[in-house]
Design a protein around this ligand. Structure first.
Ligand code: G6P
Length: 608
């Protein structure tokens, strides 16, 4: 949610900032801007409504200066406009700041500053930081930033520069991520490592309540009481190629097609064939503690929440442990009951989603053990969790999540196998499940070879105004995910429902113009789902079925049919979700949508 970047070094800052913002654009893309401290000792600010491309066009070819900050915005306070874009400055243009987060007490601070004669030009909460800093500046930017942030309530990852201190950037963090990149004679700082990986692999994560002062030669991190923080540098594992499109038209397409490999990466090295179980070292739990688990609760948002819903079915069915998935945003504010032997998973691709992070903190306050299932190494959730599993999907850049979903499933299925083998699952049953799991990457590959057919169907149905996605059992959350994918990127109104539930309401929407996509694997619920499909057909609804190879009866009942290969009953979500991701992708393409950066959304939502 908003991306920020800063650069100090011998190179011209502007192109580095813009390139970095391009990498961070998935965090927000309604407007963007940069501020460069020029050799003339003045801030040159260029900011623009629109994408980074629009900003790039607006930046003059000659914009000298080796120190600068940049921002890509996802609007919270104030409309999308040039004026509300960051960086913000004071009337004398002595400071410039970029901010990611929300300043909750900005109104009170604004009034106070206006009383002192400061003139505000934007509708943002962030502008207050610029005037506050200008007001408090005492000749030392680092000290002034500490003073200013001590007056702020809310969340921030912010960067500031002052004309009196050329070559210096000061950053502060509370609730919004900030990571320093240590280069050779140059320093960078950004909301996440994707903006840094091109320049350096050595990074330092800044924690809440810390302030970092950087110049081209080095950095110093302290807390608000000036206590020095001495933290080891970490090395980023990602390669630059991983954040390029590599010949694909869109990141989303690339990420869908990467799934055989990303699922494999999530599973690899974590299976123990000799014991027919899984090994997850990062959980930090003894066998006795695992055995004592009485309930598993998964908290998450968006697509990650759907992965949690799928996993809850598997956990209950295979490990026979009560399990559920809940929206983190809801859990946090309902005073959750934490019992001694409950284990929570915070599932988040980015590891930064505010709803999930705050819910995790609330649970930890109540004494709960919260494990993270995350993709971005070093992000806040894994750092604050009591243990967990990295899914190693590689960078996921398209706003609509795809490969993270199937890798989250992998981590949760491994945990399921581990728990199941400690409880009721026999060695043979464990081995069978393990082998079925190991075959999934190849089966997903097989599903991907059928893309062309999905593309044809997407073309056929792209003009629909409404869509229903229906499934049952473990495929019910896949229906939710299919609907989410379609609405996110094609803007077609789509609802995911249990196929059983449509007769209690959604069937009223059925007519010739509202297609329904039924997920109908060959499991114990198949015949029930077929009855539901027939109910829709009887009302002139168009029906697409997503069935399993060999289920030829489906073709006689529905208008169109897609198939996936056969697998273990509880592993179908891996296979059924892929055609739905492709369906959304090709529908969005057909409608000319911005697939990777759909309107109003952001990949990493760091505000509540
Ligand atoms: C945003 C993204 C979704 C994502 C959700 C949760 O809304 O647009 O694609 O599923 O956040 O993100 P997380 O990083 O916590 O998995």
């Amino acid at each position: 949610m908003c991306g920020i970047i800063g650069y100090c070094g011998p190179k011209v800052a502007a192109p580095i900032l813009i390139e970095g913002l391009k990498r961070l654009e998935y965090r927000g893309y309604d407007s963007a801007g940069i501020s460069v401290l020029g050799p003339d000792g003045r801030h040159r600010i260029v900011k623009k409504k629109g994408k980074i491309l629009d900003l790039r066009k607006a930046v003059p070819a000659e914009l000298p200066g080796g120190t600068g900050i940049g921002h890509t915005r996802w609007a919270t306070h104030g409309e999308v406009s040039d004026r509300n874009a960051h960086p913000h400055t004071d009337a004398a243009a002595s400071v410039s700041i970029v901010h990611n987060g929300i300043i909750e007490n900005y109104s009170a601070l604004k009034q106070r500053l206006q009383g002192k004669g400061y003139i505000f030009v934007s509708e943002t909460d962030s502008e207050v930081i610029a005037h506050l800093l200008s007001d408090l500046y005492d000749g030392d930017l680092e000290r002034s930033v500490k003073h200013a942030v001590s007056l702020l309530k809310g969340t921030y990852g912010m960067l500031a520069m002052h004309v009196n201190e050329p070559g210096v950037i000061v950053g502060a963090r509370n609730g919004s991520p900030l990571v320093v990149g240590v280069g050779d004679g140059e320093m960078l700082i950004a909301s996440d490592v994707t903006a840094l990986v091109e320049h350096t692999k050595q990074v330092l994560y800044i924690e809440d309540g810390e302030v970092v002062r950087m110049t081209a030669d080095g950095h110093r991190t302290t807390d608000l009481r000036d206590k020095p923080i001495d933290r080891e540098l970490q090395v980023i594992g990602w390669q630059i190629e991983e954040i390029e499109k590599n010949g694909y038209d869109h990141y989303m397409q690339k990420e869908i097609f990467e799934q055989p490999e990303s699922i494999l990466r999530a599973i690899q090295g974590r299976l123990e064939p000799e014991n027919a179980t899984a090994h997850l070292g990062g959980l930090n739990m003894t066998s006795r503690e695992l055995l004592d688990i009485e309930r598993v609760k998964i908290i998450a948002a968006g697509t990650s929440y759907h992965a949690g819903l799928v996993a809850a079915y598997a956990l209950e069915s295979l490990a026979r442990v009560p399990a559920g998935s809940e929206l983190a945003s809801e859990l946090r504010y309902r005073n959750p009951i934490v019992e001694r032997n409950n284990v929570y998973f915070a599932v988040s691709q980015s590891g930064e989603t505010a709803d999930t992070l705050y819910a995790m903190r609330e649970l930890q306050r109540k004494g709960a053990r919260v494990l993270g299932i995350c993709n971005v190494v070093g992000s806040t959730i894994p750092r604050e969790s009591d243990g967990g599993v990295y899914i190693h999907s590689g960078p996921e850049i398209a706003v609509a999540s795809t490969k993270a979903f199937t890798s989250q499933l992998s981590a949760l299925y491994l945990f399921t196998l581990l728990l199941a083998r400690m409880r009721h699952m026999s060695y043979e049953a464990g081995l069978r499940f393990m082998h079925d799991l190991e075959r999934i990457p190849d089966l997903v590959q097989e599903v991907l070879t059928r893309t062309e057919h999905v593309q044809e169907l997407a073309k056929k149905y792209a003009q629909a105004k409404n869509f229903l996605f229906l499934g049952r059992g473990i495929n019910y959350p896949v229906a939710l995910e299919g609907a989410l994918k379609l609405k996110e990127i094609s803007y077609i109104h789509a609802e995911g429902y249990s196929a059983a539930e449509i007769k209690h309401g959604p069937i009223a929407l059925i007519n010739e113009e509202t297609p329904s996509l039924f997920i109908v694997p060959n499991d114990g619920l198949r015949d029930k789902v077929i009855s539901n499909m027939k109910e829709v057909k009887a009302r002139n609804g168009k029906v697409i079925a997503l069935g399993v190879d060999g289920d030829n009866e489906l073709a006689d009942i529905v208008d169109d049919v897609m198939f996936v290969p056969k697998t273990h009953e509880l592993l179908y979500p891996y296979l059924t979700v892929v055609p739905l991701q492709l369906f959304a992708y090709y529908t969005a393409l057909e409608l000319g949508r911005d697939v990777d950066q759909p309107r109003n959304l952001a990949k990493s939502v760091t505000v509540e």
